[in-house]
Design a protein around this ligand. Structure first.
Ligand SMILES: [Zn+2]
Length: 345
């Protein structure tokens, strides 16, 4: 891989190529933007371009330095990552980084420190990092990778050059899925819409066969009756959540399921609006689940617009509360009880 493989981020790639060629690099950067837009991949490609023996502002992908970086085996590149079991990056990790910052590069001109999930730092780690940023060491580059800037301290932000990664366009995601993962066109179209600009999410969804899961969920929710709410909640828990999943993993899976259900009700609403307002241009309101148009058309007859809007509200609220709720199973039961009640009013 090289810079050409970083999709739809030319506004970042081009200035970096120039900065590497002219040796005008900042001592600290924040790469920010939603998950799955290529921030970590770019950080790796950047270090390759910086250390590559070809010296042309990009990586050759074949020299000793490029291949070693690809194998995570270069002593001048340090990745600081959040331990899966931890909520925040540990202060020991930042202290360890501080120690290495003071040392000279082992074999290259530069040392690079890349902190992943830098938006997951508590006060202690942030203050420790701040000290390093306040006294830049020559030939040292620190890169913070953060999905969101909201939890990064102002004092840290003000000492870094901020690079904003854009969401990846739907057609680029679709093409990538079809070319690199042999995904069928219908599935690639659906996933590219459902991944909301995140190629990382799109790849996970494709590998997880989420398109088929969505179909199953739609089929089931369209048949949902008030008395089935608990059975359905149990079915979902059994089919989609695994015993070994952490609470965070369970939350992510549940968010995915609720998003499927949300898009289904959004589609019902669109069909409803189209039916009651003949002047609406259909081109303006596209169905998310194009492949299930018949089911959606048939189901929309059982609802008023108000009912659908209330259900959508309820799902949005539930998505918001997932992160604060410890009992995932109870949360699922509650959601379907409320949806069933709203459906029957
Ligand atoms: Zn190279």
């Amino acid at each position: 891989m090289s810079f050409k493989d970083i999709l739809s981020q030319n506004h970042i790639v081009d200035p970096f190529k120039k900065a590497i060629s002219s040796d005008h690099l900042s001592h600290a950067y924040i790469f920010t933007g939603q998950k799955g837009t290529g921030k970590s991949l770019f950080a790796k490609e950047f270090t390759k371009a910086l250390f590559c023996k070809s010296n042309n502002g990009d990586s050759c992908d074949t020299c000793h330095n490029c291949t070693r970086i690809d194998n995570n085996n270069n002593p001048d590149i340090h990745w600081i990552t959040l331990d899966k079991k931890d909520k925040f990056i540990k202060i020991e990790n930042i202290r360890d980084m501080q120690y290495h910052v003071r040392l000279s590069p082992v074999e290259s001109e530069y040392k690079v420190f890349i902190i992943k999930e830098a938006d997951r730092m508590n006060e202690e780690s942030s203050n420790c990092l701040l000290k390093t940023l306040e006294e830049p060491t020559p030939n040292t580059i620190i890169i913070l990778i953060a999905n969101s800037l909201a939890s990064v301290k102002e004092t840290i932000k003000s000492r870094c050059q901020i690079m904003r990664f854009k969401p990846i366009p739907t057609d680029v995601i679709k093409e990538q899925l079809m070319n690199e993962f042999d995904t069928e066109v219908k599935e690639a179209e659906w996933i590219s819409r459902f991944s909301y600009g995140s190629l990382g999410n799109a790849i996970e969804l494709a590998q997880d066969k989420f398109y088929e899961k969505n179909d199953a969920i739609i089929r089931r929710i369209s048949e949902l009756k008030l008395e089935h709410n608990l059975v359905f909640a149990e079915e979902l828990t059994e089919s989609y959540l695994n015993e070994g999943d952490s609470l965070e993993e369970k939350r992510q899976i549940l968010k995915g399921i609720l998003n499927c259900i949300l898009q289904y009700y959004r589609d019902l609403l669109i069909v409803k609006i189209r039916d009651t307002n003949s002047s609406t241009d259909e081109g303006d309101l596209c169905l998310f689940n194009v492949g299930n148009e018949d089911t959606i058309q048939a189901q929309s007859k059982f609802f008023t617009q108000e009912q659908i809007m209330n259900i959508i509200d309820e799902i949005l609220k539930s998505i918001k509360y997932i992160d604060y709720n410890l009992n995932i199973n109870l949360l699922i039961e509650n959601i379907f009880t409320r949806i069933s009640l709203l459906k029957s009013t």
